[in-house]
Design a protein around this ligand. Structure first.
Ligand code: SF4
Ligand code: SF4
Length: 470
């Protein structure tokens, strides 16, 4: 990559040609980040614990005995905040996803990777659960390096085995919680308590999820953010020079130099102590500029602030800022891009809210049975045969009566008909609609059906009735 110039100094950009976690011969370079300390790390720890409590508690929350949150992708049944969504609501999901994508684009244009550092489950589990356990068992960066270099003996084995046992146990707990989000707590209880043969798929899922979570947090780690996560890889197009980033103030820090020179004001404020690099969980040097690997974890901010305090310089050499704030001193700017995203997001959001508000608990579809014409029941009446489908999107059984609206028509069910809709299910039936000849004026007459429950109209549907050409 080409070299850029700052204050007449040619800056080598070759760091962009490789990533810190892969060596020149293509092997994994293991990152040993120094244990972070500081105000932001403490705040992130608190926020993370809040998220962890929510994550583990959520599947257990029920409303009237029904889950508050269920993401059953296998049966395509979703419960969000107590409201059940079925495949028939797919368009709402598509719209919600679109709204979410635009929201992500707007959020990132404004606040950069704030999500990655503070709320992403990968960061929360990696940095606030697994990494903390690693520091607790194996010690800080130097002790971890020494332990890995050490010959296998009882000391090393006891530490490694206990760490991996704890990692595996936590992965197992996460895996079970993850499964609860998919199957619901009640079904999960059956999976773990019934015969293995009855829930083979459930058992295998738990083992597979455990293996994946263990593998990710014990070995794969930051590679998830660098190589796998699509959000991380999209940063190049989502960020702009006004987006909030964790940035190094090169105007203040450069030219970097040793402490003695900095105190004589011969160099910038950066004393090249490498503390910001040592704490970085993705192994980068933020002084090189914004990089794909930076998950905005703020560890380098804390590390640099503690150095600035020690050398009596103001904090914030590395801070939440933007490229334009460092380069041009522009604090915050509402760009046309942000305005554009905001307008699109508002339109999508209003549409989504309107459709959600109009969404009914029952969805009725009535279609004339294809391939059949009208039948004369007697000299005065004509009948058509219809298929009806009723979706009950609630958790309760609903008694129903189907009527023809504003007509002398009569419904005659084929078979038992539909008088009750079971909770969270689809009911289908077939019926004859018999209309007086006097009501048929065209070959195709619009007919409206209404669904009543306990005397109250709860839904309606339209179809067409075939008649003779008068
Ligand atoms: S921690 Fe601060 S002073 Fe030390 S190398 Fe990083 S930017 Fe420079
Ligand atoms: S550069 Fe700083 S904010 Fe970015 S990942 Fe490394 S330590 Fe975290």
């Amino acid at each position: 990559m080409e070299a850029s110039t700052f204050k007449g100094i040619k800056k080598d950009e070759s760091f962009r040609d490789s990533i810190a976690t892969i060596s020149a011969d293509g092997k994994r370079s293991w990152i040993y980040p120094k244990k972070p300390k500081g105000k932001l790390y403490n705040a992130r720890t608190l926020v993370s614990y809040g998220f962890l409590v929510i994550f583990f508690i959520m599947p257990w929350i029920t409303i009237n005995g029904h889950p508050f949150m269920l993401l059953n992708v296998i049966e395509r049944k979703f419960v969000l905040f107590g409201i059940a969504f079925f495949p028939q609501d797919f368009f709402l999901f598509v719209l919600a996803m679109l709204t979410f994508v635009v929201f992500i684009a707007l959020f990132t244009a404004l606040f950069g990777r704030l999500w990655c550092g503070w709320a992403c489950p990968q960061t929360v589990f990696m940095e606030m659960v697994f990494r903390k356990i690693e520091y607790w068992i194996e010690g800080d960066m130097q002790q971890q390096k020494a332990l890995d270099k050490r010959e296998w003996d009882s000391y090393k084995a006891s530490r490694k085995i206990s760490k991996h046992l704890i990692f595996f146990t936590i992965a197992f707990i996460i895996s079970n919680t993850f499964l609860m989000y998919i199957t619901g707590v009640e079904e999960w209880k059956h999976i773990i308590s019934d015969d293995f043969s009855k829930h083979t798929a459930g058992f295998i899922s738990i083992l597979v999820f455990t293996g994946v979570f263990y593998g990710v947090y014990a070995r794969f780690r930051e590679q998830v953010c660098i190589v796998v996560c699509p959000y991380g890889r999209l940063q190049g197009v989502l960020l702009d020079p006004n987006s909030v980033i964790v940035g190094y103030d090169y105007k203040r820090g450069e030219p970097r130099g040793k402490l003695a020179k900095a105190t004589e004001n011969k160099t910038g404020d950066c004393i090249d102590c490498h503390q910001c690099v040592q704490v970085c969980p993705t192994g980068i040097d933020i002084r090189n500029g914004t990089q794909l690997e930076c998950i905005n974890c703020t560890a380098c901010i804390d590390a640099c602030n503690s150095i600035m305090n020690k050398i009596n310089k103001p904090e914030g050499l590395i801070r939440y800022t933007s490229e334009n704030a460092i380069k041009k001193g522009i604090k915050f700017k509402v760009t046309s891009r942000v305005i554009g995203y905001s307008v699109v997001l508002s339109v999508l959001f209003i549409t989504l809210i309107t459709l959600l508000a109009l969404r009914t608990d029952i969805e009725t579809t009535v279609l004339r049975t294809p391939g059949l014409l009208y039948q004369k029941t007697d000299d005065q009446h004509i009948s058509n045969i219809f298929n009806i489908q009723l979706v009950n999107k609630t958790f309760d059984d609903i008694p129903v009566t189907i009527k023809v609206a504003s007509s002398e028509g009569q419904i005659k069910w084929v078979g038992d008909g539909i008088s009750k809709l079971k909770a969270e299910s689809v009911a289908a039936g077939e019926f004859f609609l018999i209309l007086p000849k006097s009501e048929i004026t065209k070959t195709k007459t619009k007919v409206k059906f209404e669904v009543y429950s306990n005397g109250k109209k709860i839904d309606d549907a339209e179809s067409s009735f075939l008649g003779p050409n008068n």
